[in-house]
Structure formats: C-alpha cells, structure tokens
Design a protein around this ligand. Structure first.
Ligand code: IPM
Ligand code: MG
Length: 359
C-alpha cells in the first residue's frame, strides 16, 4: 500500500523522538513492502521563528493533503513571553480543530519489563494497568467563549465550558466502540454534581450507551476519578471525558505507568485520518543531548498503522519490537533503574527499528 504522511518535527526533543518513529516506519515499510511518502511541515516555535506564526496555512494544507500526520512536540521557553494566541501551543489547538480531530486516544499501559518504574505499591496493581483515555479534543473549555472585563472587584477573566449533544454523542460512540474491542467497560468522568454542561454530557453518554448493551458503563465525578486512578487503577478499562478533564487525567494515568516518555496518542476525526504524537511535551531542558525517550513517538507510529491504515500486523510489529528492546534491558534515562547505564535516543531508536526488521 502507498501512504502520504505529513511530518511535523516541531521544537525541543520533537525532532529527535520523531526521528525514532520515522526509523520504525521505514522498517515497517521495508518489512511489509509498503510505500510511505513523507512531506515535512512546520509548526510551533520552529514555525514562529521562520514565518512569524505558530501554524502557517501551508502546514494545514500539507496535513489535509496527507493520509495522516506525525508530530514531535511543540513549545519552549524562547516563546513563553508571547501572547496566548501566538504561542507554539496554538499550533496544536489549531491543528486539532482545523483537521476536525475530536477524539484523543491516550493509552496508558504498564509494560511488564517496567513494573519497577510504577510509583504505586505492587499490591495496588496486582493485575497491571491497561487504561485507554478517550478525551474530547475540539470542544469544551479549550474552545469556548472567553474574555476579560472590568468588574467592581477589578479586572476579571472568563472561559466557557460548552458542549452540544452531538459533540458528546460522537466521543461517547468512539469510547464504546473502542471498549468493544477491549474489556467492554467504559467509565464516564464528569462533574455532573455541579456543572450543567456535565449534566448534559452525562445524559448524552447514557443515551448513547443504549446502542452498546454489551458494554458496561459507570460514572465517576472527576475528583473521585483522580483518586481512584492512584488507589485502584485496575478498575479502569476505557475512560471517556471532556477536553479539560482528559488533559489532566491523562497526565496522571501516564505517570502511574512509570514515565510520560512511554505514552503515545492518536487524535482522530470521523474518517480514519489522524494526528499521532507522544503525549509528552518538547522538554527543552534535555533537547539535543540524545537523552530523550523515543518510545512514546515510536508507539504513536504503531497507533497510526492501527487506527488510520487498519494494518494491525504492522502496528503489532512495532509494539513487540519495543517490548523486545525493554525486555533485553535497554533503558533511556527516564526509565532506567539506579546504576544501569542509559541507552541514548539514537541507540534506542536503532535497536527498535532493527527489532522490527528481525521480528
Ligand atoms: C496535551 C497538552 C496540550 C493540551 C497543550 C500543550 C496545549 O497538554 O496535549 O495534553 O492541553 O491539550
Ligand atoms: Mg496535557
């Protein structure tokens, strides 16, 4: 098969970790005889430096012309002083909304070989951790009306949480369909005891659930969910939640699996087109030092083969190449135990690509 892939290296460790994913993609291409044509585009700080804006029209066009997009990371201290709508992070929000990527899949799984990296006591995770966070990505607080005004208490600012039935229905449907291929359990997370938007959200999730009688649905308020994630993470299979709550809970879920450097993500619209990126940021403090963990980016490539191209064997080949590298004892600095020598970004990427070809 032939695919067109837009690649956006971005800032900080973005280019280094994306290179790991591209090595894995090249290995899959060779092993399974596909043809993958790359088109590089710019976004984030790199784009600001070159064009003055974080998300040039050309980048959006390159993404729309591609079958899917892989992104490294964006952001860095050089651009922190810029006003909100000109910051590198705007590029991510712009890509998500321009490309209609309303569903963000963030799997948090604990690799057996990394059991020691889990910060929870072993008795709290008797059966490991395998959670899929399904986060709404183009609505809610991130995209609602906002502004500032003068009040008798001085200057004030507001953001709005607004969700329509259709926005909630489609993300619920995504969560239920994913659950059908897993343990068939969905936990809806909201704040329906306080927020009207959460009450509509919950009603809509309940209505959508009627089409999925084989999936078990339960509900947690977000404060309780934050607690249950570190008290009993094994109770979760698929989580469905809003943009804001999903942002927060997916970082928490990632940390209990050992390192945020391990976790990939997929942002999907209706059609199979997707944007794939590690859930971690650009980590400018370690950029260019061959220290970053490329695994989240490499596993994002696996998600691309699975969700955009429906090539399960290719996805599994990447995932088992990662597992094999970990089982052989290779560790980047973020997941290394005391005393062990760390493997560099380039070396780890090379080992995983070779495992794919040998697998
Ligand atoms: C994420 C990030 C982004 C978000 C930022 C960088 C805009 O934290 O992808 O989780 O808040 O969505
Ligand atoms: Mg986040």
């Amino acid at each position: 098969m032939k695919f067109n892939l837009a690649v956006i290296p971005g800032d900080g460790i973005g280019p280094e970790v994306l290179d790991g994913a591209l090595q894995a993609i090249r290995a899959v291409e060779e092993k399974f005889s596909h043809q993958i044509v790359l088109a590089e585009a710019e976004a984030g700080g790199a784009a600001i430096d070159k064009t003055g804006e974080p998300l040039p029209r050309e980048t959006i066009r390159a993404c729309k012309n591609a079958d899917s997009v892989m992104l490294g990371a964006v952001g860095g201290w050089q651009w922190d002083h810029l006003p909100g709508d000109q910051r590198p992070e705007r590029a991510l929000l712009g890509l998500r909304s321009e490309l209609g990527l309303y569903a963000n899949l963030r799997p948090a799984a604990l690799h057996k070989a990394l059991a020691d990296a889990c910060p929870l006591r072993p008795e709290l995770v008797p059966n490991g951790i395998d959670i899929m966070v399904v986060r709404e990505l183009t609505g809610g607080l991130y995209f609602g009306d906002r502004g500032r005004k003068q009040t008798d208490m001085g200057e004030a600012a507001w953001d709005t949480e607004l969700y329509s039935v259709e926005e909630v229905r489609r993300i619920a449907v995504m969560a239920f369909s994913i659950a059908q291929k897993r343990q068939k359990r969905v936990t809806n997370i909201d704040k329906a005891n306080v927020l009207e938007s959460s009450r509509l959200w919950r009603e809509t999730v309940l209505a959508a659930a009627r089409e999925y009688p084989d999936v078990m649905l339960d509900h947690l308020y977000v404060d309780n969910a934050a607690m249950q994630l570190i008290r009993d993470p094994g109770r979760f299979d698929v989580i469905v939640t809003t943009n804001m709550f999903g942002d927060i809970l997916s970082d928490e879920a990632s940390q209990i699996t050992g390192s945020i450097g391990m976790l990939p993500s997929a942002s999907l619209g209706g059609s199979g087109f997707g944007l794939y990126e590690p859930i971690h940021g650009s980590a400018p403090d370690i950029a260019g030092q061959n220290l970053a963990n490329p695994i989240a980016s490499i596993l994002s490539a696996a998600m691309m083969f699975r969700y955009s191209f429906h090539l399960e064997e290719e996805a599994a080949a990447i995932e088992s190449a990662v597992t094999k590298a970990l089982e052989a004892g290779y560790r980047t600095a973020d997941i290394r135990g005391a005393g062990a020598a760390p493997t560099g970004t380039k070396e780890m990427s090379g080992i995983i690509a070779r495992n794919i070809l040998a697998g």
